[in-house]
Design a protein around this ligand. Structure first.
Ligand code: GUN
Ligand code: ZN
Length: 650
């Protein structure tokens, strides 16, 4: 069983239960060739701290000595590795060297009998240049074999491989069919040629297509992804496990792996690496070592660097800034930059998993940042949900210091002395009504000065879009006193814009959906502000505290009377997570909602969204924040679906 512990978009920290204990993901599994051990498994465990490795059952089975030993003492004792052992099936070997006699049934039984923790189906490796027809037939065979293997697996976890070459529809279909079979881990296979040929953009398409079809509660392994420069990107797309044979292969060719790319010893002028393997070995010493000794050192270097990158990714998932890490990593090579750009094609899909907000500010690293799903979300929600205030005039300011309302305080006051105006800021996030200036990511984002061409273009596009949509009688770009003079001549109406009320309205609609503000604010509205910051803290309507505004991201937390208003106005399942009866007493006490108890959920819920926990009769049980999307809540059997903040006591 796999449990999600933390997430950042599709990337996740999880725990996979195996016969040899829990494996924390993301995890890198070094490939151990049982006939050619570069770094002994015991050292991988004790010195490096690897908790899982992958080896090849086909090689063991074909070697009479290894075969006998494995059958006698089991795989773990044979390799002297106490952690999780995954085995591959020989697909790659039979594909490369044309092995004919290998049968799926035999290799699956063998893996189970030698005590593998995670065994692999004998899938058919689908090459990128294969025709669609040939690929489709191969996928069918892989599926038959997966179904056969599921019956044979016993206590072993089974890896069912997604194939389908570069055909996204075949990948998604294969993944979808695999999701219906009783397997435990999903490697994405047939991608080694793409990685070897630096076809990373196609790799992105393949991973996304596979993820779309798979069951989210099963870990995904990227087969043959051994270079640390792709780990961050793969993790961002939801890959939980990697395996590396490259560390040893590269080492034999005197090649050092880094997250920034590969460096050949012959090209290097020095080894400025502080990993435990390189430390205290000057470049000259490494260069003059005997080849085998040098390969042993470089292999260890490659492992340390890969391990460190996995740890770096974990940290990014915890801190919520994996996008920034990926964008930096993808500048290591133009082919990776192509892959980063390819993410734009998938932003609609990625947006479903993007959290409402995060702890860190959004940092612009380059034009590709503009393709992040959070920009798409802003654009969509603004144009679909925003209700314009009924002023006569709209004045658009250039982007400036944040928060915008404070920066433009004087200008706004001057304009409002002259006419009935509302204000926008032309920001890279989009066209930002002045009252949304404290909401994530408007306030919590940093862009370089001056803006680059792509950012200027985005601002222009967004403002152009606004100019077609807005209902104001007059829209003008702020130009100092000249603007005041113009407005003086053309407008007479008294100012009506109240930024505080507008803020509550705009955030409500953005966060909870179109029309939420009307439902929430029907009555006499009183806003309580912080004495120190002057920011809105609490919203009261007809004397009831309905919302609290969070200082860090400018979004609301729902109070029970506010939730009741939304529930009355929005039909189920909107903004709701429905739970089974057995869960109710716990949630009323303020305990979290676990996946197993969820019976329905709003498909529009995003991670970190405020949700109402309700019972089968749509009675309010608790309030909290969703950790998972609807599909994830349904598919995970364990773990938290909603972090409850407040139970509604009877
Ligand atoms: N190792 C690298 N790629 C693959 C693959 O597609 N299938 C299997 N079984 N092993 C692999
Ligand atoms: Zn090193």
């Amino acid at each position: 069983m796999f449990e999600l512990i933390r997430r950042d978009g599709l990337a996740r920290i999880g725990k996979l239960e195996t016969p040899h204990g829990q494996l924390e993901t993301p995890a890198l599994l070094p490939v151990v060739n049982p006939r050619l051990v570069t770094v002994p498994p015991r050292e991988l465990y004790d010195v490096f701290g690897f908790r899982a490795l992958i080896t090849n059952s086909y090689i063991i089975r074909n070697d009479p000595k290894l075969n006998a030993k494995a059958m006698e003492v089991g795989l773990h004792e044979m390799l002297d590795f106490p952690g999780v052992i995954m085995t591959d099936s020989g697909t790659f070997q039979s594909h490369m060297y044309g092995e004919v006699e290998l049968r799926n049934e035999d290799i699956v039984n063998f893996q189970r009998d030698i005590g593998t923790d995670i065994g692999t189906v004998l899938d058919i490796f689908t090459e990128p240049e294969w025709s669609k027809e040939k690929t489709s037939q191969a996928v069918d065979v892989t599926m038959e074999r997966t179904i056969e293997a599921a019956d044979l697996k016993g206590n072993m976890l089974l890896a069912g491989v997604v194939q389908g070459s570069v055909y996204e529809d075949l990948r998604e279909d294969c993944a979808h069919r695999l999701a219906l079979v009783d397997v435990d881990v999903h490697p994405i296979g047939g991608v080694v040629p793409l990685m070897e040929q630096y076809r990373f953009a196609e790799l992105v398409d393949v991973i996304v297509a596979s993820k779309k079809g798979l069951d989210p509660s099963r870990p995904v392994h990227l087969f043959g992804a051994g270079h640390p420069m792709v780990f961050a990107l793969a993790a961002l797309l939801g890959c939980d496990m990697f395996d590396s044979a490259s560390y040893a292969k590269f080492a034999r060719d005197d090649r050092f792996m880094f997250p920034e790319g590969t460096a050949s010893l012959s090209d290097m002028k020095g080894v400025h690496c502080h990993c435990p393997a390189c430390q205290s070995h000057p470049y000259e010493e490494i260069a003059s070592m005997k080849p085998a000794e040098r390969a042993a050192l470089i292999a260890r270097h490659n492992l340390w660097v890969s391990l460190e990158e996995v740890q770096r990714i974990k940290r990014a998932i915890l801190e919520g800034d994996l996008w920034e890490l990926v964008e930096r990593r993808c500048r290591a090579h133009p082919a990776l930059l192509s892959a980063l750009r390819r993410l734009a094609k998938h932003k609609e899909y990625l947006e479903r998993f993007e959290p409402l907000s995060r702890d860190n500010s959004l940092l612009y690293t380059g034009p590709e940042t503009l393709n992040r799903p959070v920009f798409l979300r802003y654009e969509k929600r603004f144009f679909e949900r925003y209700k314009y205030p009924e002023t006569e005039v709209m004045v658009a300011f250039e982007e400036a210091g944040k928060p915008y309302a404070r920066h433009y305080q004087k200008e706004m006051a001057d304009v409002m002395e002259t006419c009935d105006a509302h204000f926008f800021v032309a920001s890279p996030i989009g066209a930002v009504p002045i009252e949304l200036d404290e909401m994530y990511p408007v306030a919590q984002s940093l862009f370089p000065e001056p803006h680059d061409q792509q950012t200027l273009e985005r601002i222009r596009e967004q403002m152009e879009h606004l100019s077609h949509e807005h209902p104001y009688a007059l829209g003008v770009a702020w130009d100092g006193q000249a603007t005041i003079d113009t407005l003086n001549m053309m407008c007479q109406k008294k100012p009506s814009f109240d930024i505080d009320l507008a803020r509550v309205r705009a955030v409500s609609d953005y966060q909870f959906g179109k029309g939420a503000a009307d439902l929430l604010l029907d009555g006499e509205v009183v806003l309580k502000k912080s004495e120190t910051t002057g920011k809105i803290r609490n919203v009261l309507v007809d004397g009831e505290h309905i919302l609290s505004m969070r200082a860090n991201d400018g979004f609301f937390t729902l109070r029970p009377p506010g939730a009741m208003r939304l529930k009355k106005g929005f039909p189920a399942p909107k903004l709701r997570v429905t739970v089974k009866d057995d869960s109710i007493p716990f949630n009323r006490e303020g305990k979290n909602v676990f996946c197993a108890f969820v019976t329905e959920c709003d498909p529009e819920v995003r991670p970190m969204d405020e949700v109402m926990v309700v019972d089968q009769k749509d009675e309010l049980i608790a309030l909290g924040r969703a950790i998972l999307t609807r599909d994830e809540m349904f598919s995970f059997r364990t773990g938290i679906a909603v972090k409850v903040r407040e139970g509604i006591k009877l």
